[in-house]
Design a protein around this ligand. Structure first.
Ligand code: ZN
Ligand code: MN
Length: 458
């Protein structure tokens, strides 16, 4: 029974950093949609003798992410070699960080709703955020009737930040909320597009179950962790992550119910079958024979440098959410929608400035943005404010006049009303036009439409 177990989830999130050049060479890091193997050089192809040079901006971005999630930024750090062979990794090792990452010991808060709709805040620990390089990309295809694997090294050595959480999540819902929070922060500080579909953000949940009876035998949190964990790889949407975790919880509970222990392994999500499938057994850290990267000297950062980076961190989502409620007198619900995405939040901030001069309250502007969803990529904030102002002056008709006009139009156009009720929905626009004419255009077309539908369905 699932209820007999406590769910333990930790997340590894990989984020490709938005730098112009790659992590250790000057090749362009913008590879998406480019012709295969055109963004390569001896360094990112792993040719013998090629020497890596670390990308400073990528290091700064990874330290900034750490700062945004309350991590320490050690002044002494280094890169390490993680040794393993795979066709997408031509060097036979990945330059990564083992024991001295750029950021460690942080946390972020997620907000979760209970079944009864009560909101609570939960702190999720962040173990570390280390910098490494991405691998090439394999495509399995059929060429001239033969099954082949094609390799594109354009992605090889693109800066990759790995953010590792503590096993603090207890449900798929919490894991999803945490992943979304990291996504939001990464986009707020502008270090990555974090586009899940394009693969610039990838989520890997570790899932295991702990028997509730065993739990009572120990007080030490660390000892409560199960003896195994299953890693879910290559998940490219928040929804799939949630589904894959829930599938795993059920699958593992069934194994444990039989008195067995699930195998420690890596599994993938098959979105057609809606199930996880075994990929390979999971390596232990010692299998990778980590050692300090000999081609890149260790780093010693000055405190002044770290403080300078800290000053570059913009207002973060939690602070913005609070400010929007306090300064703009918005409900938490509205503020949450407007701060979810940094572009939207910036847009709203801009619009309120223009709104002040036009005598519009932030709430009036928020209502229009939330309900009418204008294309903020196309309409300037000042233009939107002007439009809101204009339509608020125009729509002077009161509810009684509107209802009266609607009733009149329906009784004068019985045939059209019947046609609408029998399914000819297009005829509604004709009726809207009739009402507008009666009101001399002094009404909002959407409101007229709503009033008509309400009256027709009475
Ligand atoms: Zn290169
Ligand atoms: Mn990694």
């Amino acid at each position: 029974m699932i209820d007999d177990y406590e769910v333990i989830i930790g997340l590894e999130i990989h984020v490709e950093l938005k730098t112009q050049s790659k992590m250790f060479c000057s090749c362009s890091a913008e590879y998406f949609g480019e012709k295969p193997n055109t963004h390569t050089c001896p360094v990112c192809l792993g040719l013998p003798g090629a020497m890596p040079v670390a990308n400073l901006l990528a290091i700064q971005y990874s330290q900034m992410l750490g700062m945004a999630v309350n991590c320490d930024n050690p002044l002494n750090t280094k890169f390490d070699r993680k040794n393993y062979f795979y066709p997408d990794l031509p060097k036979g090792f990945q330059i990564s960080q083992y024991d001295l990452p750029f950021s460690q010991n942080g946390f972020t808060n997620i907000s979760i709703k209970s079944d009864k709709g009560i909101k609570s805040i939960k702190r999720i620990g962040i173990t570390r955020a280390h910098l490494e390089e991405d691998t090439g990309k394999l495509t399995h295809a059929t060429v001239d009737g033969k099954k082949v694997t094609l390799i594109d090294y354009n992605r090889s050595s693109v800066p990759l930040l790995e953010i590792v959480s503590e096993p603090d999540m207890r449900s798929a819902e919490e894991a999803k909320a945490y992943a979304q929070k990291i996504h939001q922060i990464v986009r707020y500080i502008g270090i990555s597009d974090a586009d899940m579909e394009e693969g610039s953000m990838r989520i890997e949940p570790n899932v295991s179950l702990c028997s509730r009876n065993n739990k009572n035998t120990t007080n030490n949190t660390n000892n409560k962790l199960p003896s195994y964990k299953v890693e879910l790889k290559n998940i490219n949407s928040f929804k799939f992550a949630e589904k894959a975790i829930n599938f795993e919880i059920k699958r593992q509970a069934e194994i444990l119910d039989r008195g067995e222990t699930p195998i420690q392994e890596t599994r993938g999500w098959n979105e057609n079958k809606n199930e996880t499938v075994s990929q390979r057994s999971k390596e232990e850290a010692h299998d990778y024979r980590y050692f300090p990267e000999p081609d890149i000297p260790p780093f010693v950062f000055a405190k002044k440098y770290i403080d300078g980076l800290k000053a570059k961190i913009p207002e973060l989502p939690d602070a913005k959410l609070e400010r929007f409620q306090k300064d703009y007198q918005l409900s938490e619900y509205d503020a949450e929608i407007l701060t979810r995405d940094i572009e939207m939040a910036d847009y709203f901030d801009e619009a309120t400035k223009a709104g002040k001069e036009a005598d519009l309250t932030p709430k009036q502007i928020a209502n229009v943005i939330i309900n009418k969803k204008p294309d903020i990529g196309k309409i300037l904030p000042a233009t939107l404010v002007k439009d809101i102002k204009a339509s608020s002056q125009k729509a002077t008709v009161n509810q009684n006049d509107l209802n009266k006009a609607v009733e009149e139009v329906i009784s004068e156009n019985k045939k059209a009303a019947e046609d609408y009720m029998s399914g000819k929905e297009n005829i509604l626009m004709f009726l809207v036009g009739q009402v507008m004419r009666k009101l001399e255009g002094k009404a909002d077309a959407n409101e007229v439409k709503e009033a008509l539908i309400k009256e027709l369905k009475k």
